[in-house]
Ligand binder design. Structure first.
Ligand code: NAG
Ligand code: NAG
Ligand code: NAG
Length: 684
């Protein structure tokens, strides 16, 4: 009984978070109200839990059996009445917020980042770094951790302790024996038609596998260049690199459950510290199978180019009863509020961690080229150890720093002719140029209409005809209070010029190309230099087929970067914080205009009444500045080397036949003599 009532209250409080329906007059339920529900519900539940007995029952306390809640007649009804009163007080049906949600998001982001940084970079010596490693990951660091530490510190790497993404990426592979991992590496690279390229490390030198086609070597050259910086500390091994933009490895949820359990127990077996050797097994080269003279077909891959990958690869990592796998009849033309709400605060993108869980987002099946119709998709359900530059949620690829960024292929590099003016002097434009390369617009397919880039261009290329957008604006009749209300308003009254166009209609076939060209009034623009971006105050980065080639350059600039639909995760995603270093936008694009209105302001007529809000230029400039400063400290070329070095030491360990017995144990530090103690005083 007691537990039932607690559960009921929890459940009712919780459903209030998700129960608000989407309608036109009340489009974005402000989350704080939902949170007030949840919190009060929880407080009540706690009260019940803490006071199951009334004071008159002192005498019976000795009896160990809790008495049924129904005995306390007055208590439960009173509680119910109170709960409903607060419900009415809080949920009075309007949709006002007292402060702008973005203010709260920015404040939270700063706090979180400061907390995170403390624990991401606290170690000050190899001993404390090793101790921190063991405390975090429950195991000793891999061999040559001391060399990694001195490499990292000599290059002034700020991040020493937080490499959780490496741990998470590699953990499943611990379920396989080293022999099996080596064999699967061979399976991944044996067939060049599957676009996975091998890199062999022998005696500290990296080289590209002979079967990689000449035109695909450019990217691998960059990786070789990176590895050679620290290759002397790596064991002999073969690595399989994804040559496509799209990620590759998605193990079904059910199989993954077993893999996780096996992996955890394998990770947990380590020899005693005194038996650990700080080096890899010698003679490892022989353990890797050599490639055959003739290419050999590999039948572990499934090709789904230009077709939906959602069921077979997108949602397959989700629990069978999750919306992503059950709501297959979703009407994708409507906005799905329940899909966005868990990671949103009103109209705004709020939680990157929750957004990375696609299991509550069945509508994404229709809203991203990667899911609707990828250009090249050669995936596998087998846990093949493939290193990728980025991956979608649920995929098991191993992330590594992109050679594209390492080799500065699209650098931030302003010049006299293409300067980066101060924030206030930039053009008030919302700028994007790119190709329709996110997915493939097949003939007779309408999948392109759901792709992020196409929807973005459609939303922003013709603002004058865009319909009214719900923007959080001050109420026209404010009774002395400056409350905000989501009000349908014309985006043309936001003092921003959208300049969002396709530079190229690519990856299309048949009549679809003509349809796209007509829809996007293509060609509408002349070629723009990449270095020309910095003139514009607001720079959009929209997801393409994989990792973003330009986002880091945008963050490094003095303009404000707005990242749309950040579906793909890259190696740096744990260290760059949304709302502190850049502005995130939901894949559904419902937040684009409200977000732009926050930074740029609003000056127009709503319902016949003039409304004006000042743009938050200071805040925009601050994010632009924080991002720029931060990527200059933790996403530099050497930070990529430091990340890859540590990743490959870990990979060297998991592929080592003696993996239980190799690892770095810090020498026991000499006890520090205590100041003030007489005996200690003389020693030194
Ligand atoms: C991590 O490093 C910091 C700084 O050296 C130290 O204060 C802290 O105790 C370490 N944590 C662990 C668990 O060793
Ligand atoms: C995102 O949500 C998760 C899970 O609810 C929570 O632990 C985390 O603190 C949230 N992060 C932010 C930035 O709000
Ligand atoms: C903008 O809208 C007008 C009127 O609907 C239309 O004629 C024009 O082609 C549109 N332009 C673009 C770039 O979509």
């Amino acid at each position: 009984m007691l537990h039932t009532s607690v559960l009921v209250l929890f459940a009712s409080a919780f459903t209030s978070l998700f129960s608000t329906t989407w309608n036109h007059s009340h489009p974005f339920p402000p989350l704080p109200r939902g949170m007030v529900f949840a919190l009060t519900g929880m407080i009540f539940a706690l009260v019940i839990y803490a006071h199951p007995e009334s004071p008159t029952d002192e005498g019976s306390r000795a009896s160990s059996r809790p008495r049924p809640i129904s005995r306390y007649w007055g208590f439960y009804p009173t509680l119910t009445v109170l709960y409903f009163i607060q419900l009415m007080l809080v949920y009075n049906g309007d949709d006002e917020v007292r402060y702008h949600p973005i203010d709260m998001l920015m404040y939270n982001a700063k706090e979180r980042h400061d907390d995170w940084l403390k624990w991401a970079s606290s170690s000050t010596s190899v001993e404390t770094a090793a101790a921190n490693y063991t405390a975090r990951y429950n195991r000793h660091p891999p061999p040559h951790f001391d060399e990694w530490y001195s490499y990292a510190t000599s290059h002034e790497s700020l991040i020493i302790d937080d490499y959780d993404s490496i741990y998470e990426d590699l953990l499943p592979y611990w379920s396989l024996s080293p022999t099996e991992i080596r064999h699967r590496t061979w399976e991944a690279i044996v067939d060049p038609s599957k676009n996975v390229g091998g890199i062999f490390i022998r005696s500290g030198k990296a080289q590209i596998a002979p079967n990689v086609p000449r035109n695909q070597r450019g990217m691998l050259d960059g990786i070789v260049e990176m590895i050679d910086k620290f290759g002397q500390w790596l064991p002999d091994m073969d690595l399989a690199f994804n040559l496509n933009n799209e990620c590759r490895v998605a193990v079904p949820y059910e199989a993954m459950e077993t893999i996780r359990a096996d992996a955890k127990s394998a990770w947990g077996t380590e020899k005693k510290p005194s038996e650990l050797v700080n080096d890899f097994t010698t003679d490892r080269a022989a353990g890797w199978e050599s490639l055959p003279q003739e290419p050999q077909p590999s039948d572990h891959f499934i090709t789904l180019s230009s077709r939906s990958t959602w069921d077979e690869f997108g949602s397959i990592s989700c629990p069978p009863n999750s919306p992503a796998r059950t709501q297959w009849l979703w009407n994708h033309k409507n906005y799905c509020a329940s899909c966005a709400l868990p990671h949103s605060l009103g109209a705004f993108f709020a939680n990157w961690t929750v957004a990375a869980d696609i299991c509550h987002q069945p509508d994404l099946a229709h809203l991203h080229g990667f899911y609707t119709s990828p250009n090249t998709f050669i995936g596998t359900h087998r846990l093949l150890p493939i290193f990728s530059q980025s991956k979608a949620p649920g995929f098991n690829d191993i992330l590594y720093p992109s050679a594209w960024n390492y080799q500065h292929r699209a650098p931030y590099n302003p010049t006299d002719t293409h300067p980066d003016p101060p924030y206030a002097n930039k053009l008030p434009t919302l700028f994007w140029r790119g190709a329709s390369s996110e997915g493939f617009a097949a003939a007779d397919s309408t999948a392109w209409k759901g792709m992020v880039r196409q929807r973005l261009v459609a939303l922003l290329s013709n603002a004058s005809t865009a319909s009214q957008q719900p923007l959080p604006l001050p109420q026209p009749i404010a009774h002395g209070k400056r409350k905000l209300r989501y009000t349908p308003a014309p985006p043309t009254s936001i003092p921003v010029t959208p300049d969002v166009l396709f530079a190229d209609i690519a990856r299309c076939a048949g009549t679809t190309c003509a349809l796209e060209e007509a829809a996007f009034a293509f060609p509408a623009t002349e070629h723009t230099e990449f270095q020309d971006h910095w003139r514009h105050r607001y720079l959009l980065d929209a997801d393409g087929a994989g990792f973003s080639g330009r986002f880091l350059a945008f963050v490094a600039s003095g303009s404000l970067p707005l990242k749309v639909a950040p579906l793909f995760r890259e190696w740096w995603h744990g260290r760059v914080t949304p709302w502190l270093h850049f502005v995130p936008l939901d894949a559904r694009l419902q937040g684009v205009w409200p977000t732009v209105a926050y930074f740029a302001g609003f000056n127009g007529t709503v319902g016949g009444v003039g409304v004006e809000t000042k743009g938050r230029e200071k805040e925009g400039e601050r994010i632009a500045g924080e991002g720029r400063e931060w990527v200059g400290r933790v996403v530099r070329g050497v930070d990529m080397e430091v990340y890859l070095f540590r990743l490959l030491l870990e990979w060297g360990r998991v592929t080592d036949d003696a993996r239980e017995g190799v690892g770095f144990v810090a020498p026991v530090p000499l006890p520090v003599p205590e100041v003030g103690k007489e005996e200690g005083g003389g020693e030194a």
